[in-house]
Design a protein around this ligand. Structure first.
Ligand code: B3K
Ligand code: ZN
Length: 881
């Protein structure tokens, strides 16, 4: 397996200007004729052989400028087609290949999902359709003719605009699509199948009439309307917020049930995992609605950040992904509640990206080397990548940031760009040198910022001292150099001890932001009347860990009085985290009382709930939610005992449930939806459901019997999937008849709803009990489970391995063994999904020694298995390195 390095980038020796594809769909013998208009690249090496990428292709014919190629002129392997002496002028290559979509279980290239033909080409799947220069800096104008049996595939979709359609012999028909925008091959797509459609129209600010459509399994059209509406809202938002308009006459979204990830931004033809399209109150939770909206927006926003401006090479992946995540986060913040969404973003970052950055798979947002690019679609590239863009906006201010974005889009339109091109636009617009800032892209690991505050009553000054420390990370993907100081925007404010903003000024704080650039620095506020409580990293202004020893009372002050909602939530989290870490590291038994710290937290939460729970239920639900087990594990850092963490968390839930019980029940009543009131998926309604269900969770922890009764009643009465699942969750935690009956009934009710069964699989896989492992093995034999469907694998097995820490990390190693076994069983079918599952071992070095040994054994067993895919062998190798 070869390693690809950023430093070795060379332009392609040849370019492809135009591609004509003729795709004759057939379940097992699809024929593809590609006519490529090529020319030598002036920036490449003159006279070099032309090497086209291929992968599992059967070559039928090749012609150069209309003539069959002579013997010896070309060399063909399943991985490459080489033309030894290409003309040094424009020429045309015609290549006919055959592929078998039904046998394509990797779900890369052309495959069938529930009988629907579809494609996935990013990162390197186009080479599984035809021989090609399959690299993002080779951009061509595509015309695609798709032909199929009319019965099997009445709907034929391609990139760009529809041009023509008609008969193609008995029972056959065709459609021609033309995409005028040059694009890299990874954005190519075709779809053919029997699909239902919902549609609407959108008129762009440039006056273009766009036909929007969402295609789904026939009969499920009603569940596609929310996604359809989200497309139109995304289009309007990108015009309003970034001045970006859509650029084709049609925009199509197709939902398929077998998909390796969430969705794909193919030009004009986004293909989605149906989990992120289909929604009805009865089958989708509020979280599903929010995800659908966010992912629809994300893929749509790629039309500019990704498609119009694409990436020069795959090292630049964050250029489109980090930026587009930032854009979808902003969209959701505008469409919903900004503080609530910010908290959700940070929870995801801490739960997924921080552990990645602290483990063996750590890599910079722009990696310096890779073996398998599909393993770099990570939380670091996406989520930390988005944080970098957000920091840029914080540093430059919203107006300059917007001008920088405009400049980036206009100067790089139609090109394959780099992170340097992106930063250059902001440097030009702001007149600032962004070279030091650029280190965020190159250095892996989460920085820690240690802060200390000192009040001088005599001088009436308050001094904050900052020190940044950067982890030294030497992995294959990161240059093993000494890290250099980062540019860290610290949004901050001082809160007066009794509430309200404290007086006091520092000229190094502008618009509430201090920029920490040196390894150490300090900040002096003058005219400070009394010792204030500093509120630091407001809105989580930088992706760092903050080491700041506040007293309990100071944190309580922030929770009660901080003007920044994020830091109010953070204060509650920090208070809880201190209790959890102390108990977990002391190995405290499962006892009824978590002591006075827990009671103090309970009292503070009581005051908070009395004052404002009903004013912002979504925010209150987040304040009530304790840090997750993985987050506590990160805070402990080494020799972690996942069982001790679970016990600490359980004890605190019980204690809070007891302290707050009456209030929580009162809130549940106050927030109950009146019978017959119409369902709305909007953020306010979802917030009310979230708080009711967060209350149920704590009540049930404190009083399993009463909680079970409440949950059973909620399960009976619920009219939304959100409430039904939230009732099933506490039931699933109490062993016994009631649980088994409720689970069985739910499974029976939704036996024909795969996306709901996924929730049912996931819930059971996450039960923190020793019996779960056998339950998961049993469910793997359930008729609805299949290793061939990524959603099923993720819901059952990945939920166990990634979201059930006590059972994945069973002391006897059986959780590791099960995961390793599934990874190996899956690898031959779908290496991408197998590799993703294997990343569950990311935290193996952090756990205590006994578990660590067993995890290492399981990992070594995987690594030592002959015939591994590059995907799995890359993850296994890096995890053990
Ligand atoms: N760009 C795709 C991800 C492709 C993953 C390839 N292994 C979806 C997205 O981020 O929008
Ligand atoms: Zn994306």
């Amino acid at each position: 397996q070869t390693i690809v390095r950023l430093a070795d980038y060379r332009p392609s020796d040849y370019l492809i200007d135009r591609v004509e594809l003729d795709v004759r769909l057939h379940p097992t013998e699809t024929r593809v004729t590609a006519t490529l208009a090529l020319r030598p690249n002036p920036a490449g090496e003159a006279g070099a052989p032309l090497v086209l990428d291929g992968d599992e292709l059967t070559l039928l014919a090749v012609a150069l400028d209309g003539q069959p190629t002579g013997p010896g002129a070309i060399e063909v392997t399943p991985r490459a087609l080489t033309l030894h002496q290409p003309p040094q002028r424009p020429f045309v290559l015609e290549i006919e290949t055959q592929v078998n979509p039904s046998a394509n279980t990797k779900l890369m290239g052309l495959y069938r999902s529930n009988g629907v033909y579809c494609t996935q080409c990013e990162a390197d799947g186009f080479r599984r359709i035809t021989y090609f220069l399959d690299r993002p800096d080779v951009m061509a104008v595509y015309t695609t003719r798709i032909e199929a049996d009319r019965d099997e595939a009445p709907v034929l979709l391609g990139n760009g605009n529809p041009v023509e359609q008609g008969e193609a012999g008995p029972g056959r028909h065709y459609a021609i699509w033309h995409d005028p925008h040059p694009k890299p091959a990874y954005l190519f797509a075709v779809v053919g199948g029997r699909l239902g459609r919902v549609g609407s129209r959108f008129t762009t600010m440039e006056g273009r009439e766009v036909e929007i459509a969402v295609y789904v399994e026939p009969g499920k059209e009603g569940r596609a309307n929310f996604a359809l509406d989200a497309v139109a809202r995304s289009m309007a938002w990108d015009e309003r917020t970034f001045g970006r308009a859509y650029d084709l006459d049609v925009f199509n979204v197709v939902a398929v049930s077998d998909f390796n990830m969430g969705a794909m931004e193919n030009k004009g033809l986004n293909i989605f995992n149906d989990k992120y399209v289909l929604a009805s109150p009865d089958t989708a939770t509020d979280a599903d609605y929010a995800n659908i909206e966010a992912i629809i927006a994300h893929e749509y926003f790629h039309n500019w950040s990704g498609n119009r401006v694409t990436c020069r090479d795959w090292f630049q992946l964050c250029l489109k992904e980090g930026l587009t995540v930032f854009r979808d986060q902003e969209f959701s913040s505008d469409e919903r509640s900004r503080p609530v969404h910010r908290i959700a973003e940070v929870r995801t970052l801490r739960a997924r990206q921080f552990p990645e950055d602290a483990g063996p798979l750590a890599h910079p947002v722009r990696p310096q080397a890779y073996r398998e690019i599909n393993n770099f679609y990570t939380a670091t590239v996406y989520e930390k990548g988005a944080e970098i863009v957000r920091m840029l906006r914080t540093l430059l201010g919203p107006e300059v940031f917007r001008r920088g974005m405009d400049r980036y889009f206009s100067t790089c339109d139609g090109t394959a760009a780099t992170v340097e091109d992106f930063l250059a636009a902001f440097a030009a617009e702001s007149g600032r040198d962004l070279d030091a800032f650029a280190r965020w892209y190159a250095q892996a690991g989460t920085p820690t910022v240690a802060v200390a505050g000192a009040y001088d009553a005599g001088r009436r000054t308050y001094t904050l001292s900052f020190r940044q420390s950067l982890p030294v990370i030497a992995t294959e993907a990161a240059a093993a150099a000494e890290p250099r100081p980062l540019v860290i925007p610290v949004a901050l404010g001082l809160v007066a001890p009794g509430g309200g903003p404290a007086a006091g000024r520092s000229e190094r704080v502008s618009d509430g932001v201090f920029v920490l650039e040196a390894p150490e620095d300090s900040l002096v506020f003058t005219d400070v009347e009394a010792a204030p409580v500093p509120s630091l990293f407001r809105g989580f202004s930088a992706p760092v860990k903050v080491d700041h020893a506040l007293t309990r009372d100071e944190r309580l002050t922030l929770l009660a009085h901080d003007g920044d909602a994020f830091n109010r939530w953070q204060a509650a989290q920090s208070l809880a985290m201190e209790v959890l870490v102390a108990r977990a590291t002391a190995g405290a038994p499962l006892a009824a009382e978590a002591g006075p710290e827990g009671d103090a937290l309970g009292r503070a939460l009581a005051t908070f709930l009395d004052g404002e729970a009903l004013a912002d239920p979504a925010f209150a639900a987040l304040v009530l939610t304790l840090p997750g087990e993985q987050e506590v594990a990160q805070a402990i850092g080494a020799d972690v005992d996942p069982d001790a963490i679970w016990r600490a968390r359980q004890t605190l839930r019980v204690q809070l449930g007891r302290n707050l019980g009456a209030r929580l029940l009162g809130l549940r009543d106050a927030l109950a939806q009146p019978p017959g009131a119409p369902f709305s998926p909007d953020a306010a309604s979802a917030g009310r459901r979230a708080l009711r269900n967060a209350a149920l969770d704590l009540v049930a922890a404190a009083d399993p019997e009463g909680g079970t009764a409440l949950a059973v009643a909620q399960l009976e009465d619920a009219v939304t999937m959100t409430d039904r699942l939230a009732a099933l969750a506490p039931l699933s935690l109490v062993p016994g008849e009631a649980r088994e009956a409720a689970l069985a009934r739910f499974g029976e009710t939704y036996r024909d709803e795969p996306l709901v069964l996924d929730k049912w699989f996931a819930l059971q896989a996450m039960i923190p009990e020793a019996g779960t492992l056998e339950r998961v093995r049993g469910l793997m034999r359930h008729p609805a489970f299949s290793l061939g469907n990524p959603n099923r694998v993720r819901s059952l097995v990945a939920s166990f391995s990634l979201n059930n820490p006590t059972q994945f990390h069973r002391p006897d190693g059986a959780g590791y063994d099960l995961t390793a076994e599934v990874v190996l069983a899956l690898d031959g079918k779908n290496p991408q999904v197998a590799a993703r599952l294997l990343t569950a071992f990311n935290t193996w070095r952090m756990v205590e020694d006994g578990r660590r040994q067993r995890a290492a054994e399981a990992l070594r067993r995987v690594a030592g298995t002959p015939g591994l895919s590059p995907d799995v062998s890359d993850i296994a190798g890096r995890s053990l390195a």
